[in-house]
Write a protein that binds this ligand. Structure first.
Ligand code: HEC
Length: 94
């Protein structure tokens, strides 16, 4: 019985941490995205059938790489805002 309870608790913890939202403010991310990110591609790259980003980790890495290419000095919170916006609006990993 104890074992069952323990695994239920573990399962619930795992489920709730998966459901946890990414840090960041999606509305601010959307604004920053419009200012910094549409020079090279529009949002259709996030929804195309053969899109490359397939995990949160890949999304974080891709956004960081693209931020460097913009030359804009975005701080970590601003990058998190953009990641959250992309995840909420297009990728829906979390
Ligand atoms: C200097 C040009 C440039 C700018 C500016 C740029 N990107 Fe990109 N981005 C690219 C290129 C090139 C690709 C790869 C497109 C491809 O694979 O066809 C890409 C792809 C991506 C992808 C992956 C799409 C997929 O296939 O899932 C994401 C996410 C992304 N960019 C986010 C951003 C964000 C966020 C910004 C603003 C901070 C940004 N990009 C600004 C050049 C740019």
């Amino acid at each position: 019985m104890k074992k069952i309870l323990l695994s239920t608790v573990l399962l619930l913890t795992t489920l709730s941490s998966n459901a946890a939202l990414l840090p960041g403010d999606a509305a601010n991310g959307k604004k920053l995205h419009g200012e910094q990110c549409v020079a090279c591609h529009d949002t259709s790259v996030y929804t195309r059938a053969n899109r490359r980003v397939r995990s949160v980790e890949a999304l974080v890495g891709q956004v960081q790489g693209c931020v460097r290419q913009t030359g804009a000095k975005l701080d970590r919170d601003q990058v998190n805002d953009i990641i959250r916006y992309l995840d909420e609006s297009f990728y829906e990993f979390k």
